[in-house]
Design a protein around this ligand. Structure first.
Ligand SMILES: [Zn+2]
Ligand SMILES: [Zn+2]
Length: 240
């Protein structure tokens, strides 16, 4: 004996989580509650582009942004009672950057419940610009724990800069999201300032290994007026 949807009468498979309804009826019932175009507001740091997530600030990437947007959407009153999965497929880094620049972005999302697509809607995302606490700190100059001076000849410059940046990007992928790395190109090479000692050490080691560089390490202690304490900065010079 075959089962029929109690609403439309269509033969369907009985699924308890869909309350016995067929997928179409299940989607129709859920989507009828969703009207209008919901808005969310996302805070972005003007300087580093990090996005605020709860009490922390995380690096801007499409993946991170999707996570934050989903969480913001789930908090909307409209969706409070219903449990949806939010699928965001159409979002590129370029589009995201453009939205942040313009202050607003329409993002198509798909609401899914129990594996049944319920509705496709547009989320209007407003971007609020501010300066994150980390950048604030950075501005005071009291932020860095590790400084790497990479030195190379002008001839090697192009290759070295690209390769060092690649190493940094790779290390940052696994670093704590609050880690800051500031790379400054100077005539004799690169000055890299890293917010935390551990990440700084890893970056220095990778560069050293990649280029078989000579290294000199020393400590610098200075009194930080803002933090009102003596801070230690580890400095490494790498000669390529
Ligand atoms: Zn039905
Ligand atoms: Zn920032």
């Amino acid at each position: 004996m075959s089962y029929h949807c109690p609403l439309c009468g269509k033969p369907t498979e009985y699924k308890e989580e869909l309350h016995g309804l067929c997928e179409e009826c299940y989607a129709k019932i859920h989507s009828s509650r969703i009207t209008g175009e919901p808005r969310v507001s996302i805070t972005v740091c003007n300087i580093c582009g990090r996005i605020k997530f709860g009490n922390s600030w995380i690096r801007l990437s499409v993946e991170n942004f999707k996570k934050i947007l989903s969480s913001a959407v789930k908090k909307l009153k409209l969706f409070k009672k219903a449990k949806f999965e939010i699928v965001i497929s159409d979002l590129s880094k370029d589009l995201l950057m453009q939205g942040i620049e313009e202050g607003e972005l329409q993002i198509p999302i798909r609401l899914v419940s129990n594996d049944v697509p319920i509705k496709d809607i547009n989320i209007t995302t407003n971007f609020t610009r501010t300066i994150c606490p980390l950048c604030m700190k950075k501005r005071t100059g009291s932020y860095f724990e590790y400084v790497i001076h990479v030195r190379f000849s002008r001839k090697k410059s192009k290759n070295c800069v690209t390769e060092v940046q690649r190493i940094i990007d790779n290390v940052l992928r696994f670093a704590d999201p609050s880690t800051f790395v500031d790379v400054k190109k100077i005539a004799k090479g690169l000055d890299i300032r890293v917010s935390d000692r551990r990440t700084g050490r890893i970056i220095a080691q990778r560069i050293k290994m990649r280029f078989l560089a000579e290294s000199y390490e020393y400590l610098e202690r200075r009194y930080d007026a803002t933090l009102k304490k003596l801070i230690t900065i580890r400095k490494v010079t790498l000669e390529i």
